[in-house]
Structures are given as C-alpha cells and as structure tokens.
Write a protein that binds this ligand. Sequence first.
Ligand code: ADP
Length: 615
Amino acid sequence: MFPRVILKGTMIKKSQQKKRTSPCNYKERFFVLDTQDLKYSERRPGKKPMLKGCIELSRIKCVETVCTDIPIPCSYKYPFQVFHDNHYLYIFAPDNDCRQRWVRALKEETKNNYLVKKYHPNLWNDGKWRCCQQTEKLATGCHMYNPEGCASKKPLPQLPDPEMELHDSGRQVVIALQDYTPLGDDDLPLQKDLEYLLINSSHSEWWAVQDERGNTGFVPSTYVAEKSGSNFERFKWYNKHINRAEAEDLLMKEGKEGAFMVRDSRQAGVYTVSVFTKAPGSNGEKNPRVKHYQIRQTETEQKEFYLAEKYLFSTIPELIHYHQHNAAGLITRLKHPVSVGGCSEEAAEDQWEVNPEELVIGQELGSGQFGLVLDGRWRDKKVAVKMVREECMSDEDFKEEAKVMMRLHHCKLVQLYGVCTQCSPMCLVFEFMENGCLSDYLRERKGRLSQDTMLGMCLDVSEGMAYLESSNFIHRDLAARNCLVSSSNEVKVSDFGMTRFVLDDQYTSSQCSKFPVKWSAPEVIKYSKFSSKSDVWSFGVLMWEVYNEGRFPYENRSNSEVVESLNAGLRLLKPRLVPDSVHVLMEWCWKEKPEDRPSFALLVHELATLTDTDL
Ligand code: ADP
C-alpha cells in the first residue's frame, strides 16, 4: 500500500552529529511525515528538491517537545526531539502550535513502537545533559516519557482560583531546579532554589504553580522538584503519619523477613526505612526485631539519596526500588511493603495469576535449575512453561518478585506472562522462543555465523541489558545459556534475577561447584557484590562465547584456577573470529574496578555504531 501523507511543512533541523567531529549546524528543511517515514529534503528555488534524510517510523523510540533555557541559535524557536537508532534529531518549529501538531502526529504514529521509558526534556550541551547533568549522551532519560500524552501546552488545564486553593490543606511545595524564562503568556518565571506552591500537577509536562507574591502560571514540570514527601503516597511502602513504635508494631505483626515501610522521621523532611528481620544481630540485638535506617542525602550539588552504603539515587522511589532487589548494606533486602491501610493486593494479584483453565501444557523442551520446561498455549499464544519443583525454589519470595518482573517489558527480554500458583507444581509462563537457548544455537551453527550475525547478537543482548540497567534491575547470571533465540533469530535475555530464588547452595555461594564463576566479576567472587557493572563483566564473557561460537570459557580449567588467573590480572584470550573493535569492548567489560567498565547504555551505542560501519 502507498504511504499516506500526514503532515508536511518547513522547519529547521539541527545536525545530528552522529560522529564526534561533525560540525553543529542548523538547516532549513522541508519535512514530510507519512504513515511509513519521516523524510526531509532541501528545497532551493529553481532546483529539484533533494532528499537529505529519511527515518523509518518503526525506528523511532521517543518524540517530545524540548524545554530549554539555552538560547536557540536559529530563527525558529520551538524545538522538539525525535530519538531514533540511538540518535537525537532536533527539529525547530516556527511556533508552538506547529510544534504540537508535529509532536502529536509523530507520537500517534509511533505509539506502538518499542519506546524509551524515560527521556531527556532538555538539550545535550557541553558534554552533558542539561536536565540531569549525566555525562553520557546515551544515558537513560530522567523524565517519564508518556507516548500517549501530548506535551502540548494546549489545551491547558484550567488554572484553579488561587483564593480557593489557599484553603486547601496538604498543599505541596516545589523547588525550582533551574531558572525558567516563560515561553508564553500563561507561564510563570522560575528562579533556581526558590520555593513555589504547587497548584495543579494533573498535566504531565506543565504544572501550575504560585510564587510567593501570589502570581500563578505554568512551568515545565521537569524544572521543579517536589519538596514534601506526600507524592510518595501512591507507593504501597509509604506511611506518612507513623512513628517508630507504631512502625515496629505493624512490622512485627506482619512478621515476614524483609517486611518494610518508609515513614516520615521526626526530623522534618527526612525519611526512615523500617525493616523487619529474623537475622541474628552482631551485637546481641534481640531477635526478631525491626531495624531503622534513615535515608541520607549527599552534600553534593545534586543531593542524592542513599541508605546504609553509598549507593546513590536521585529519587527516593529509585532508592527503594534498588534495595527491593539488593540488600547492599541493609540487614535484608526490602521484600514486603507494609502499609497501614493495606493495599488492594488482590487487584495486583489478578494480573499475574494465570488461570490454570486457560493454560494448555504440551511437550517437554528441556530442563533447568528449577525443573522441567514444556511448551504450551495460553490465551492463543505459544508459551514456554517452567514447572517449578518445590524444593528448588524459594517460592514465597518469588511470587513477590514475579510482580516486579512482569512489569519489565522490552523487546530484547523474554517476557514473563504470569505465574500459575494454583497448579502443582507452580508454573511460570514465558514468551516462547522457537530457537532455544543461545549457547546451543551458536554451537549448532558453528562455522556458519557471519560477522553481522555475531555483532547483532551482542547488540540485542546489550539492548535488553541496557533496559534492565535503566530499571535498576540486576541480572546476576548473564551468560549465553540464559539467553534465548526467537524465530526471527533475535536474541533475548532470559532468567533475569532468578538466581536469588534458587535453594540449592551449590548455585548460590561463589565457593561452590555450580556457581557461575567463569562469568562472574571479581567483586562478585570476592564479596558477592552484584551490580549492573558486574552484569557488564558477564556480558564481556557472553560476547566471548558468541565469537567462539558457543565454546565454554576456560574450558579445561577449574573454578579455583580461573580465580587465580583473574587475580593475576589475566583475562580470556581473544577469540579468533572477533574484530579488534569488538575485542576492545570485551576487555573494557573486564576492567578490575566496576566503575572503569562501560555502562550498558554506552555498550549499546558502541555496538550500534559498529553495525553501521564496516568492521
Ligand atoms: P531454568 O531457568 O529452570 O534453569 P532454562 O531457562 O535453562 O531453565 O531452560 C531449560 C531449557 O528449556 C532451555 O535450554 C531451553 O531449551 C528451554 N526453554 C526455556 N525457556 C524457554 C522459552 N521461553 N522458549 C523456548 N524454550 C525455552
């Protein structure tokens, strides 16, 4: 079918600076959006239009307006961004209405794509993101992306009557993170570090606020941060008006290892995490007991949050999310959120509980750590069903975690559809992957894998992992055996986080025979310190597996010999098939210090750049 034209018009485009050395320029282009592509061409009087660029809509991951305080160096002043293939295209519209038309239309056409979860509302400038100060261009965004919602300032929510609002109790105060110069008449200027009263935050991009003189107007929501914690109320773990004794009472009653809550400390503006544990205390503390940890903030300009050890986060929900997966200095991982009113647990449960009547189980596919894996059908979908043997899995913990895992969606992750707890044994229902696990796939195709295929496999895995990294989710057992291959030969990451529920000690302690020492970073072997950077190490080993067509790393060596050679600074040898450019990345993943290793976001960028160039 012929593509249908949706919008066309002249706007200004900033060069995409795909190469670090390319100059920055602004050029007038004639843009055409149709149902397949966004094209732009140069039109000069008396000359034939010349096509200068074409972006397939299916490659677009985010379209959004740009809010910036940086002076715009071209005559059209209303920027928006199109993020595709790891490149940012900035387009400048002549007026806000025109900008909104394009953003709305592009969002509509791309809403079913694999989109980013978060985006950068401001520009990349002077080697960092102006909105969040991150210094990696491909760092995950800092603001939730809403593919449905339009960042339009029109129609704006009605500004409530300020007189009436002042009588409203529980008003929230926000602090300006940076100055804001109004773009329109209904905007309010912001001055960095001043406080404003939040009047209306129902619109995702533009919040109505009031300054100390009583002036009201709209400001970009990314330019302000909430001061009080009342915005945590949507989280099940937050209890506003609870003191230490009441918290202890509630958590003792709950009585589950890792039951926790976040509450306001006596000190205004400070929060405490209270957590129940049965673990023996080091200095004769009574058992079971509730431990309290104050959420601290760094003295640095960015004021990041942390708990027992310095794992820093820009928001409290991110910090809690991280500690729900990692004890990282706490007596236990934060496992079961507890709140005074209780939460509609049932509602959440419904979404992950698979009805056994809807599940048809078929032939055996293989067997793994937890038991048999069979193919099956669920709601018209072909699925893989893992039957979990009771003695193999800590299933109470897993059920909690399954809810988190089901919220992870990415085209390069094997999707968990749900859990059937009513079946015996309990079943986990996953997306079906026709071509089985990556390590077998590689071995079966030995000698027939092209350079493009191998690089594509590494890129696929890095993309899935970059998503886990951005969700603060640690895989802990990344290896070719834990990736699966789809019917279209795409590689997807599987079994993320699952090692935490294995009951066999031989798997869980780094001293034991089944622990994946050969894929583990030194800090994991020494102190069980897992992080996204320890996943990066494992990813280096996975790349090695790919370029060795499924060979086992350190084939003839025992775990202790491997540890010895790592300690001596030795690394896996360069595979015969690997190009230098990819080998450099592998070695980068195996840097001794986690902080010297690249992030997955950066690895995606590097691998994607290699796929564009000749190796
Ligand atoms: P476990 O996580 O219990 O160790 P595995 O994930 O290793 O189990 O699965 C064992 C085997 O089952 C795999 O090698 C693969 O052949 C098959 N398998 C697992 N998950 C899927 C899936 N989603 N689609 C198709 N086959 C699968």
